[in-house]
Ligand binder design. Structure first.
Ligand code: SAM
Length: 314
């Protein structure tokens, strides 16, 4: 096991720090419906597709016998994917304490062959060194850091982004990979720009999502806010534009070098016939036996609001 001492004092403490109450409350209040309940979601096809995308990223960049730091782990929806990747250590943190508890419970139920630790923590305002026990905050400890559908919440301010990326980089080993998924801001901004000039609502979307900006142009790099709604997933929470070019150069300051970046549609295009990930499309229910997509047009459009990325620690 990963340190007998640690096993004994296995952590379920919840440290709640910071004023990100809106985001935490939102995610805390979402009911845990489990895998069966999920089948009734109106956007089940999209959810399955997002899961497939994450499996692709994990499959491409995970290390066997790896040690994983999952920042913004939520309810632990990726635990099983990491189990498949045969990791030996998983450390999950999230600002929403109810979600972290559910992640911990999921971990206990699944009986994986890896050690798991869970912490409620604001990873964008405080250093991880203040919460992780010593054994979990060693230099070069982690092979992977993962941030799925959550990094963009840090882009409210430069101080949050810097704290976030410092937390990502600090304990990641050289050659280790930082992977994640975020909204494709370039696409969001181009959709915003397509709105007619007289449009004052600054809102676009379809039957399963909407995005609403409060300003067309924003001064500065951080804090460009929009409201995002995704049916049965994200209820109208404030999110922030990720200026990608700027982020890539900031990440270099923390010895993180971009090695992969693709919109979700392109990931599907590239991997749908691959030996490793093609068959997973059927297994994960993204397509049916006839090879038809489980997503309708609107879900398919919403799917491409996102992109996946990977950085390597150098
Ligand atoms: N990664 C999970 C997944 O893919 O299913 C959850 C994604 S959910 C869309 C976004 C998560 O980011 C939420 O669980 C939220 O609580 C978390 N989050 C937002 N701000 C955070 C912060 N400052 N520190 C840690 N987690 C945060």
């Amino acid at each position: 096991g990963y340190g007998q001492d640690l096993q004994r004092r296995k952590v379920s403490e919840t440290h709640y720090i910071g004023n990100n109450a809106a985001v935490a409350d939102h995610y805390n209040s979402r009911p845990e419906v489990g895998v069966e309940g999920r089948e009734f979601s109106p956007i089940i096809g999209l959810k399955k597709f997002n899961n497939w995308i994450k499996s692709v990223l994990i499959g491409k960049f995970a290390q066997r016998q790896g040690k994983v730091l999952d920042i913004g782990c939520g309810k632990g929806g990726d635990l099983n994917k990491w189990k498949q990747a045969r990791i030996m250590l998983y450390v999950g943190l999230d600002i929403a304490e109810t979600s972290v508890q559910q992640a911990h419970e999921r971990y206990q139920r699944m009986g994986g062959r890896f050690d798991g630790y869970f912490f409620a923590y604001d990873c964008y305002s405080k250093p991880l060194g203040d919460i992780l026990p010593e054994q979990l905050q060693q230099k070069d400890l982690y092979d992977n850091v993962t941030m799925q559908f959550c990094m963009h919440y840090a882009f409210e301010s430069v101080s949050k982004v810097r704290m976030m990326i410092e937390n990502v980089s600090r304990y990641l080993r050289k050659g280790g990979k930082f992977i994640g998924t975020i909204p494709n801001a370039e696409l969001l901004l181009s959709k915003l720009n397509e709105l007619p000039e007289e449009d004052e609502e600054l809102k676009f979307g379809n039957s399963c999502y909407f995005v609403q900006f409060s300003e067309r142009k924003h001064k500065g790099i951080y804090g460009h806010q929009y409201r995002f709604f995704l049916m049965d997933a994200v209820e109208d929470v404030p999110e922030y534009v990720v200026d990608w070019e700027n982020f890539v150069s900031l990440a270099m300051e923390y010895r993180l070098k971009l090695v992969y970046k693709k919109p979700f549609h392109d990931i599907l295009q590239e991997e749908k016939e691959s030996r490793d990930f093609g068959p997973l499309l059927g297994k994960m229910g993204v397509v049916n036996e006839a090879g038809e997509s489980a997503m309708d047009e609107d879900q398919w459009e919403a799917a491409n609001l996102y992109m996946g990325f990977a950085f390597e620690k150098i």
